[in-house]
Write a protein that binds this ligand. Structure first.
Ligand SMILES: CC(C)(COP(=O)(O)OP(=O)(O)OC[C@H]1O[C@@H](n2cnc3c(N)ncnc32)[C@H](O)[C@@H]1OP(=O)(O)O)[C@@H](O)C(=O)NCCC(=O)NCCS
Length: 245
């Protein structure tokens, strides 16, 4: 299939074709909600669309943001990865601070086109786009796609598991490392979604009627449920990967 990969700029209606693919609770992180409300106005050059030349349909999208980071990437990136990247990019805009690095935020491939290597092309395109816009580094708080199947396993163990060939056992981390990325560190509280138990019931369809960890489909770690306080909190770990752009 022949795809054209290019920045979103001016094609806002196309990107909506890939809406609604995430579990509801993932969209309840307020920082993420802020990003998806404003990225088209704030950072259109940093979102890429792959469009199928034959049908004109969107095959995949990739989101990223420019932000300032003054530290040494190799020495570690912030614990609150995804949320930090979005907040820093937004605060930089407000303060007029010049960005120094691009952070990837999401790559989504249309479900019927998964398993054909398109994600690697989107990642390469994000890196090329960062270079085109004058950046030398692309960082990514990667959401390991195999982690929900092992949700109680510690992320510090999971993130560094490798196969016999030395590549990460997790398929999505493997795409990043095969593309030349280097795992820097785990961001233990990369995304946080909190709500009342009634909200969690509506987001997941689960009872949320016992205090303790709750396994939620699609969650990388158990959700913390507190019946006495009538709230539950999901803290998602991601894995920082550094690419040279
Ligand atoms: C993660 C995602 C972007 C991968 O896109 P893709 O184009 O299907 O991925 P690829 O075809 O390049 O496959 C990537 C690797 O995962 C493996 N893989 C694909 N589907 C798999 C599955 N269901 N289970 C396990 N491994 C799988 C592939 O074999 C490949 O590994 P390999 O190259 O070592 O063989 C896509 O599944 C997706 O859009 N998921 C929903 C959104 C998401 O989770 N995005 C990532 C976080 S932002």
């Amino acid at each position: 299939m022949d795809f054209t990969i290019a920045p979103l700029t001016g094609r806002t209606e196309l990107v909506e074709q890939l809406d609604g693919l995430w579990p509801a609770f993932v969209t309840k992180d307020p920082t993420g909600a802020f990003f998806y409300r404003h990225y088209q106005d704030f950072w259109p050059e940093f979102t890429l669309l792959a469009v199928d030349g034959a049908t004109g349909r969107v095959a995949a999208k990739a989101h990223s943001v420019p932000l300032s980071f003054t530290g040494d990437i190799g020495e570690g990136l912030p614990e609150n990865g995804w949320d930090w990247a979005i907040r820093t990019a937004a605060l930089d805009r407000l303060a007029g601070t010049g960005p120094t690095v691009v952070s990837a935020l999401e790559i989504t491939v249309r479900p019927d086109l998964r398993g054909r290597g398109l994600s690697g092309r989107m990642l390469a395109a994000l890196r090329d786009n960062a270079a085109r816009l004058g950046f030398a580094d692309l960082i990514a708080p990667v959401r390991p796609t195999g982690k929900p199947a092992q949700s109680t396993r510690p992320i510090d163990d999971y993130a560094y598991e490798t196969r016999a060939d030395g590549l990460p056992a997790d398929p999505w981390l493997r795409v990043h490392v095969r593309a030349g990325g280097r795992i820097v560190n785990v961001a233990h509280s990369s995304m946080v979604a909190a709500g009342s138990l009634e909200q969690w019931r509506s987001w997941t369809g689960l009872p949320f009627d016992r205090t303790g960890p709750v396994a939620v489909p699609g969650a990388l770690t158990p959700v913390h449920c507190d019946v006495e306080q009538d709230h539950a909190v999901y803290v998602e770990p991601n894995v920082w990967v550094h690419h040279r752009a």
